[in-house]
Design a protein around this ligand. Structure first.
Ligand code: HEM
Length: 454
């Protein structure tokens, strides 16, 4: 129970020693961490209080709990970001109340569905770069790490579509720095760490250097060559807010921190979803073939055009099912500002409340054969019967993900385009194991070989 080492994983870490992630490490470090949480939730009827010296963590796993915390009494619950502040700065994902609303307002238009058509060519262009790389991997037959591959793709999509810039940094290095930070913070008392099999000593200095690199990335992006001088981009919206004399809170640092937020929250999650979906498809070749035949039926041999994306409905269902089985954000954490009563359970001010999305997504109470990969459960007729708030990949209520719809377009296009030209063959252990930190990562990564279709 008390083995505190954490395997290599391209993920956020668990935060500082006093953070909830650190406290939950003994639970999460099990061979199968999610099974432990599911068994606990089952045993205690969906509410598991964990009493610590000076505070209490409540693990909740019923849709009604999520509804109370995220929707009907959301104002009583504030965001929790201990240990992750240097990664997200003061960006909107970390703040609450009126300030959050004020900061979100000028960015919201960048995520209106009518903007997606503008983004479409840039998403396709990022996928083209990935296909070029995969053609090389197919010829060498080398083994690649899929999460690193999908990181690059998701980061390039964000830079091109939302910031109107080429991606001017190497995501493997930069996201590796984010990971170095979280690992050091995570292991203040345990500095000897195995990174890809080698024991290295990581220090607070490493963490500080890592955050220096990370902090410099937004300026590297803004300083990179402008792609097309588009008028309506997210970056332009951020800069307009900075220039607004009526909005003194939105200073240069706010622009930088918002960009950091998008480069991490918008890429890690999208990348994990795509990587897990390729893993699932490698185990379900019939679903992979269905994606190929859907693509042929919708757009023949040519690339999709914008108004065909909505017709790629089976591909989208595969992504939705992937996020059910492997929700990138498997737990949503809040702090209770005041006392509350959730379905008869007393919550005290200061309690940390953890909504276990993973547990809900795997509960036989809400899903027929929950461990089965069955994209058809997201077909409109079946989806209608779903219990509200039992599926929370993007959270719910006003603090739900701003980029959820965009990420599904990104990943639908990526699956269709990549799978029409390549068969990614998973070469790791089956089933792949989970490493749960802030995000739900594959333990030890997801190794693949790429085969080109003739
Ligand atoms: C599969 C992909 C994604 C998943 C699973 C995901 C999941 C989530 C979740 C669960 C939250 C709420 C966290 C909480 O309440 O504690 C969130 C918030 C957020 N996400 Fe995503 N996300 C994804 C993609 C994206 C993309 C593509 C972007 C932008 C490019 C993005 C930007 C954000 C931002 C800015 C917030 C904070 C919103 C706010 O507080 O107002 N996400 N995401």
């Amino acid at each position: 129970m008390a083995d505190m080492t954490v395997a290599y994983s391209p993920s956020h870490g668990l935060g500082e020693e006093q953070s909830i992630w650190f406290k939950l490490t003994p639970l999460l470090n099990q061979e199968n961490p999610m099974q432990v949480l599911m068994a606990l939730s089952d045993k205690y009827g969906g509410v598991v209080p964990i009493n610590l010296k000076n505070h209490r963590i409540m693990l909740l796993s019923e849709p009604a709990h999520a509804e109370r915390v995220l929707v009907t009494n959301a104002d009583n619950y504030t965001k929790y970001f201990d240990g992750l502040r240097p990664i997200f700065g003061k960006s909107m994902i970390t703040v609450d109340g009126a300030l959050w609303q004020k900061i979100r307002a000028p960015q919201q238009p960048a995520f209106h569905p009518h903007m997606f058509e503008d983004y479409f060519p840039y998403l396709m262009s990022a996928i083209d770069s990935k296909m070029g790389r995969w053609a090389k991997f197919a010829s060498t037959g080398e083994t690649i790490e899929m999460v690193e591959e999908t990181w690059t793709l998701a980061a390039e999509m964000v830079c091109k579509a939302l910031f109107d810039r080429e991606m001017p940094f190497n995501p493997h290095f930069v996201f590796g720095q984010v990971k170095t930070y979280t690992d050091v913070m995570n292991h203040k008392s345990l500095r000897l760490k195995s990174v890809r099999g080698e024991l290295v000593e990581m220090t607070a200095e490493d963490a500080a250097k890592a955050m220096e690199v990370w902090g410099s990335i937004p300026e590297t992006v803004t300083g990179a060559g402008i792609l097309e001088h588009r008028e309506k981009t997210l970056l332009k919206m951020l800069e307009a807010a900075e220039a607004d004399p009526n909005f003194p809170e939105f200073d240069r640092q706010q622009v930088i921190d918002e960009m950091k937020q998008y480069l991490w929250a918008g890429t890690e999650t999208t990348a994990l979803t795509l990587a897990w979906s390729l893993y699932l498809l490698s185990q379900h070749p019939e679903a992979l073939e269905r994606i190929r035949s859907e693509a042929r039926a919708v757009c023949g041999e040519r690339d999709p055009v914008w108004n065909e994306v909505q017709q790629l409905s089976y591909t989208k269902m595969v992504i939705q099912e992937t996020m059910r089985l492997f929700p990138p954000i498997w737990a949503l954490i809040r702090i209770a500002a005041g006392d509350d009563d959730i379905e008869g359970h007393k919550i005290k001010a200061g309690d940390k409340v953890v909504i276990l999305a993973y547990v809900m997504h795997h509960s036989p109470k809400y899903w027929d054969q929950p461990e089965k990969f069955d994209p058809e459960r997201f077909a409109p007729e079946r989806a209608k019967k779903r219990v509200k708030y039992s599926y929370l990949p993007f959270a719910a209520g006003k603090r739900s993900c701003i980029g959820g719809a965009l990420s599904q377009i990104e990943n639908t296009l990526a699956l269709v385009q990549l799978l029409r030209r390549f068969t990614p063959e998973y070469v790791g252990p089956v089933p792949a194991k989970i490493h749960a930190t802030v995000t739900l990562c594959p333990k030890g990564g997801l190794p693949f070989r790429i085969r080109a279709l003739s």
